[in-house]
Design a protein around this ligand. Sequence first.
Ligand SMILES: C[S@@+](CC[C@H](N)C(=O)[O-])C[C@H]1O[C@@H](n2cnc3c(N)ncnc32)[C@H](O)[C@@H]1O
Ligand SMILES: [Zn+2]
Length: 490
Amino acid sequence: MSQNEFPIKRSFIEETFPVKEVSEESAREKNIRHGHISTLHIWWARRPLASSRATAYAALIPAPQSIEEAEKIKQFIADLSKWENSLNPTYIEKARDDIRKALGYTPRVLDPFAGGGAIPLEALRLGCETYASDYNPVAVLILKAVLEYPQKYGEKLVEDVRKWGEWVLEEARKEIGRFYPSDVVEQNGYFGESGEEYIPVGYIWARTIPCQNPSCSAEIPLMRQFWLAKKSNKKVTLYPYVEGKEVRFRIIGDGYEEMPKNFDPSKGTIKRAIATCLVCGSTVDANTTRKLFQEGKAGERMVAVVLHHPKKKGKFYRVADEKDMEVFRQAEEELNGKVEELRKKWGIEPVPDEPTPEGKGKGAERAFSVRNYGLNTWGDLFNSRQKLALITFVDKVREAYRKMVEEGYEEEYARGVVTYLALILSRCSDFESTLVRWFNHVENAGNTFARQALPMTWDYLELNLFSPVSQGTFKSMFEQAIKTVEFLTK
Ligand SMILES: C[S@@+](CC[C@H](N)C(=O)[O-])C[C@H]1O[C@@H](n2cnc3c(N)ncnc32)[C@H](O)[C@@H]1O
Ligand SMILES: [Zn+2]
């Protein structure tokens, strides 16, 4: 049979398909974290693996001869599509055999718009000679990590991604770990006993604007609400109070000071860009709020520190103080030096200065609302310590490549290893911007691209990328990536 002629007159998928079962598997897959390619890197329009596998198979085998046969094959397809059967030879080998038998040759599959790589990955799994392309360079990088390197290098990738990922983390820690100092408890307090060490998970910030009442001019910390932990078994909140002309905070709730009556933590100081001054009670309308941001009259203030103790469950909170700000300012100074160093070393601007999208058409103004507040470049979406952390990690990833080549690794292989490290870091940056929210219902970091948008965020979490707990840290992204590389090279 010539390879130009497709020997199947009518394929299975043209006749029937277990739509309901495969849809359910596809939906279920969204919650799978261990080893799934989505944990390597986000791709907006990635197809589920379940439907990719099932449709590829159903397109490459012939239509059934009878209703009984159709039902039997539909059941097989439903089982084949299950995540748990991704590496199960009983299903995968049979699927490969069926295709080979039906066609009499190894089919070539091309996905010219391959994006996140789900379809080509499943075509590969089914034994097809697979090609993938995309016009987006990020997609191409993801495709290399999902399809090309695992095929080419196999299991030794796992070892080297682990080794060099740990190297990057430790080198970065040596350089900037000091900007995330632990709390050593000096006196027995709400939590912790003297001498105990608490590691910062992150810092909660509020952007600020000045009150426009001329007789007040107090700083308004913009917070959409005050909850820190809002779980059924744990309620902790920031409690704002006024001292002189200043808004100050206390931490109240379970394990802290008692919650005063008549305080509703869900009511913050800003809603739909209308801000309320807690000192004088006057409001700032939405247009003025935007104008203040655009004119550079807005600021930001660290309000709380989220902490973790390696031997204790849950997170701990304290109000941020002058010492925290001092460390932050040191990081700011360090950033200036680091930017200069890397500008020379790389020959490009280390902090991205390209414009954020303006968006077009209806809804764009809201989708990219950061634009209404003067956050006009990608760099504007990060505070100084976040910038320092991210460019330092990038520097270390590049250094890892240099060092690997120096140690005699083949260049192409070294590039493969650092590609994973770069993807890990890119995922971290999703969790390390001033658009990241503190998710008080789970006491965990949110991420920038919760939606495909860049919406303005008034209060945000600055994550400590070195934290041993929380989503989005280098370690957590790294562990997920390793599992995926393991899965892809099995
Ligand atoms: C729906 S996604 C593909 C999903 C993918 N097939 C999978 O298996 O997960 C569509 C992709 O087409 C890409 N694309 C759009 N126009 C393109 C073009 N003219 N040439 C190449 N790729 C293109 C986009 O970058 C995007 O990644
Ligand atoms: Zn006021």
